[in-house]
Design a binder for this molecule. Structure first.
Ligand SMILES: [Ca+2]
Ligand SMILES: [Ca+2]
Length: 443
């Protein structure tokens, strides 16, 4: 979005916030509103003329476009058109969520040209894209119920709206998902009853939309929680779809890449699937695919128990995150670590600790102690404690004088200190090892 459009949208939001409060009370007063531009007033009048003045503005709940009026060029002619989201009363008294398109006539006056009844009660979000075609198409998503949304995709040509697609979905996105240079529309759809999920990619064709690729997603996925697009290695851009399995605390990520056989899910029904499973609980946070070492390549994540937790109830197990790279259809381990997104940092387990050191949370979960493996209850074997302090506050009395400053997360205003109770323990880390292992996660 360029600055001009941004200011337009902002203006619409400001104006329409005002409009919304007046729409059912005093239209005459509204027309005298000094903040209403001539264009805004003309569009509002055209909408009123088409609905006998009985309508309610509906604001998209999320996304980049939050106004009930969107002024955009949607057909490729030099002029802008207006999309309006309103609720009107149908003949049987039902409330109809309606997309109304307004355009200028030959004399430059705004008038309604077409309407479309969207399913559902509220507009969720709006997307504009050329979808690898010459001209803009747009998608409007609407809320059908608390857990169901519908996407409608349109093209506007010759003064008419053409509906190209209408489908329920779990996730919608528009972007260049595989580094091909053109944009696709992605709908991920989960049918948990049938235990089937799909990632459907659409592009524009001469007559409408065509499905560019359709890939199966994990059979147990029932909610899409994250979609990350990025480089998996020097030659591959992939789309990583993170899902929750059947409302449990188990999450996984399917990795979609473009091959000479088309778009392929390298995790589906392969051994790779288990490597992206994350089991989260009150002690273990969910880690999404991320470029954890800032080299431009995304790392995929999985979880494993810290040593010694194997026989403890799963809800009480502290788990390590494993970061893996992807190349030649295989995942390879890169790092193990304690991922503390809410505290704003990650601590990578040094290689000589692996299998030899476990961990436990202390101080209401804000601090972590690392200690010799299989001795979770032995306080004397703590080789490192990481303490989180609010930045800028006087240091806690509990922080020893020799605490080592690890870093600061300026976004979260937190500072991190390493305390090594016994430097003589063979597993104690040097300052260099500490610096290499610690990383803040700036938002
Ligand atoms: Ca136009
Ligand atoms: Ca990386």
């Amino acid at each position: 979005m360029n600055l001009t459009n941004k200011s337009r949208v902002l203006f619409c939001v400001l104006s329409l916030c005002f409009l919304a409060s007046c729409v059912s009370s005093d239209v005459t007063g509204l027309l005298r509103a000094p903040r209403l531009s001539d264009e805004q007033r003309a569009i509002y009048d055209a909408l009123s003329a088409n609905t006998d003045g009985v309508f309610t503005l509906k604001y998209p709940r999320s996304g980049d476009y939050r106004s009930a009026f969107l002024i955009q060029d949607i057909d490729g002619d030099p002029e802008t058109e207006a999309l309006a989201f309103i609720e009107v009363q149908g003949e049987d008294g039902a409330r109809l969520l309606t997309l109304s398109v307004l355009d200028r006539d030959g004399e430059g006056n705004w008038r309604n040209t077409d309407d479309f009844t969207l399913g559902g009660t509220d507009v969720d979000s709006v997307y504009f894209s050329t979808l690898s075609g010459g001209r803009t198409v747009f998608a409007v998503t609407s809320v059908l119920s608390s857990d169901e949304r519908n996407a409608s995709v349109f093209r506007y040509r010759g003064g008419e709206l053409h509906s190209l697609l209408s489908r329920t979905f779990s996730y919608i996105g528009v972007g260049d998902f595989f580094g091909t240079g053109g944009e696709q529309l992605l709908l991920v759809r989960c049918d948990s009853a049938a235990k089937q999920s799909w990632a459907e990619f659409y592009v524009q064709s001469g007559t409408g939309l065509e499905m560019w690729a359709n890939v199966s997603i994990d059979s147990y996925a029932d909610e899409i929680t994250d979609v990350t697009v990025g480089k998996l290695n020097d030659v591959t851009t992939g789309t990583m779809v993170t899902f929750r399995r059947e409302a449990t605390d188990v999450y996984g990520t399917d990795v979609l890449v473009r091959t000479d056989k088309g778009i392929v899910n390298v995790c589906y029904h392969t051994q790779n699937a288990a490597l992206t499973i994350r089991r989260v609980n009150n002690l273990t946070e969910l880690s999404n695919p991320l470029d954890i070492n800032n080299d431009g390549i995304i790392e995929l994540t999985g979880t494993v128990d810290f040593p010694g937790y194997e026989n403890i109830d799963p809800s009480q197990r502290l788990r390590m995150t494993v970061w893996r790279g992807f190349s030649m259809s295989r995942f390879t381990e890169k790092y193990y670590g304690y991922y503390a997104a809410s505290q704003g940092y990650v601590f990578f387990i040094p290689p000589r600790w692996q299998g030899n050191v476990t961990a436990r949370l202390t101080d209401n979960g804000t601090s972590i102690e690392f200690l010799k493996a299989k001795r979770i209850d032995e306080a004397n074997d703590v080789v490192l404690k990481i303490i989180v302090q609010p930045s800028g506050s006087p240091l806690s009395d509990e922080l020893p004088d020799d605490a080592f400053f690890l870093g600061e997360n300026k976004t979260l205003k937190k500072s991190y200190y390493a305390v090594t109770p016994n430097h003589k323990l063979p597993l104690a880390l040097t300052e260099t090892e500490l610096k290499n292992a610690f990383k803040t996660l700036e938002q």
